[in-house]
Design a binder for this molecule. Structure first.
Ligand code: COA
Length: 260
């Protein structure tokens, strides 16, 4: 299958999926989300693929977030649909995928990019990686599961600090937080992930998919949280803060939030 902004290569039962828009730091627009969801769906059905590594093209970014240029003019209902469709088409789909997905975080993983990494089954980062949920600096909140998956991974207090400050953390801090499992030099990241994927690939695919299902079941009580996130995300699109925040980003200036 041919994709515009996603590339897939398969070697020794392990698929490498790259988000491939390096000129926009691999920002996720609707088309990329749809393609990624489709590509992962195809790989899940491929019996020769036993593990998937997800990373970003280029050396600068894993994914620098949802595409701000695409959603800056959205209304509240369009915002709500953006979050709901994205969660269903991609983020929830990855979490529930029968084939394990390892995120190889090779640079900036911000906003939707960190949410993408967090939807994967586990994460490895390169030493230059920087992670954060900067949405509040734009007048919006995380809408692809970030308000739910970050506290599950790092605890409520650390998640609150990251979400409310909108700041970035470096790879070492992410390791200390348990947000990533390992850190490696950037040039060794994919090889390191291939070794881990190779270990997974030796195991029973039936048992692996059951294990994923069982682990996820333990967190299913948070379902109402994901729905609340979609509603709150949509509400942001009706605020003057959101208009100012996204406009300021696109005009490459600091925002001056009116507070509504
Ligand atoms: N959406 C749309 N475009 C994005 C983007 C995003 N999330 N992140 C980066 N880009 C684009 C930039 O607009 C720029 O495009 P241009 O060359 O056409 O102007 C290009 O990618 C390169 O980014 P730039 O900002 O010039 O790189 P930098 O090294 O100066 O800064 C970041 C890197 C990651 C700090 C900065 O791009 C950034 O803050 N991105 C947005 C992060 C964010 O808020 N994500 C959450 C979105 S909800």
């Amino acid at each position: 299958m041919k994709y515009h902004s996603v590339s897939v290569t398969i070697e020794d039962k392990v698929a490498l999926v790259l988000v491939d828009r390096p000129e926009k730091l691999n920002a996720l627009n609707k088309g990329t989300i749809k393609e990624l969801g489709e590509a992962l769906g195809v790989l899940e059905k491929d019996r020769k693929v036993r593990a998937i590594i997800l990373s970003g093209a280029g050396t600068k970014a894993f994914v620098a977030g949802a595409d701000i240029a695409e959603f800056s003019e959205y209304t509240e209902s369009e915002g709500r649909a953006l979050a709901a469709d994205g969660q269903r088409q991609l983020f929830d789909k990855i979490e529930a995928l029968k084939t394990p997905v390892i995120a190889a975080v090779n640079g900036f993983a911000l906003g939707g990019g960190l949410e993408l990494a967090m939807a994967c089954h586990f994460r490895v980062a390169s030493t230059n990686a920087k992670m954060g949920l900067p949405e509040v600096s734009l007048g919006v909140i995380p809408g692809y599961g970030g308000t739910q998956r970050l506290p599950m991974l790092v605890g409520r207090g650390r998640a609150m600090e990251m979400i409310l400050t909108g700041g970035m953390i470096k790879a070492e801090k992410a390791l200390e937080y348990g947000l990533v499992n390992h850190i490696t030099a950037q040039e060794e990241l994919l090889e390191f992930c291939r070794t881990l994927a190779g270990q997974v690939a030796k195991n029973s695919p039936a048992a692996i998919s059951s294990a994923i299902k069982a682990v996820n079941a333990g967190f299913s009580s948070s379902k109402p949280g994901f729905e609340a996130e979609i509603d709150a995300f949509g509400d942001c699109f009706g605020t003057a803060d959101f208009k100012e925040g996204t406009r300021a980003f696109l005009e490459k200036r600091a925002p001056d939030f009116p507070g509504a």
